[in-house]
Design a binder for this molecule. Sequence first.
Ligand code: PXP
Length: 246
Amino acid sequence: MIHLGVNVDHIATLRQARRTYEPDPVWAAALAELGGADGITIHLREDRRHIQDRDLRVLRETTAVKLNLEMACSEEIAAIALAVKPDQATLVPERREEITTEGGLDVAGQLARVTDFVKKLQDAGISVSLFIDPDLAQVDAAVKTGAVAVELHTGQYANSSGKVQQQELQQLRKASHEVLQRGLKLHAGHGLTYRNVQPVAAIPGMEELNIGHSIVARAVLVGMVQAVREMKDLMVWAASHPEHFH
Ligand code: PXP
């Protein structure tokens, strides 16, 4: 059955906006699990803009489903991964100034370096997935690294429409077929929403989708009515019982 990995990075983005303790991505991960998430995905970025080292450590303790750590090919982050041991590491490109991960990892262009990271992580029992564009040369390079899986970048598909989107979907199908033919596990993600997810989920052999922003965005809005009601109830009660506060 196809698996959903819920990326809780943007719960941490909201927390970091105030450098406070809420909302906690650990709580969000537990709720995502209750909702049926098959995995929890987080990206420990080198600049720590959202997920913090503590989040990874606590999630390792509390997550019962698959814990997937997105990470750059960085010695610092690899050392943390080797110590904390997520179930899976997804190697992604990382440029500090970008808003989110743009473009897949250029595995073909840095084969020796990526292979080195794959080996280090997989020797420690962490299965490695490579986040790549749906490009046959990148699939070929991914096979050479020894990684067990690839995550096809769906950003181009997600950000296009009409005929171009159909072409992007075709490209995803073609790359997916090649991934399976070459014996790798097939994952996909980035930019998937409630409107565009289904054609990707329907690609034969698709095993895992990692989705973050759209789920977090919806969670904020579907929870808004209750959140406002609870705040208002507290205010109205206090205003009508001032003796309790003086
Ligand atoms: N997969 C990878 C490799 C990513 O880098 C991201 C973004 O952190 C996602 C999936 C999730 O993307 P989105 O937040 O657009 O759903």
